[in-house]
Write a protein that binds this ligand. Sequence first.
Ligand code: CA
Ligand code: CA
Length: 182
Amino acid sequence: MKVLCFLILAAVSQAATFTPIQTNPAEPHPETILDGIFGAGAYYRVSDDIDQIIPGDSIVSVDVLASYAASTNVFVSLPTLGGFIGCIQTSLSFTEDHCTDPALNPDGRDYVATWRLFSDPEIFLLGFEDWPLPRSDYNFNDLVVKVRVGHRDIPPSEVPEGGTLWYALLGLAVLGVRRLSR
Ligand SMILES: [Ca+2]
Ligand SMILES: [Ca+2]
């Protein structure tokens, strides 16, 4: 019974969480924007408990997909352990900078929704909300960007040579035979 309870608790703690996106009738929902560019069903929403850091060794490109904002929002990336934190810096004084990591936002709230493409794991689609609550319409389309990340090439010295790899596989096979023979 204890094991069952632990498994249930583990499943609950790993449940995906999605920050709600409000609908503003005057502007498109960010997923309507993505539908028009990538096609419906081409992407999936990333859980908001894991979208704080864009994983990668470099940011290869940033393309603005849409912006429905009264202010000028500029995307900036902050290197951090394991990747990058994405932020918008805004030009108007009644709004504030918002980052993918809510801990960096003045009120600690989440102002970024993230999606990924099924066809390309190197691409992250970020929808930013620039107005803080309670005045915010919270529709996450004030800046929608496509970020492509890159990964460091592994130097040849770190790639096992063919012979080394075969000896390693042979060693595992020997261990397996010994275990079976016990
Ligand atoms: Ca988020
Ligand atoms: Ca908005």
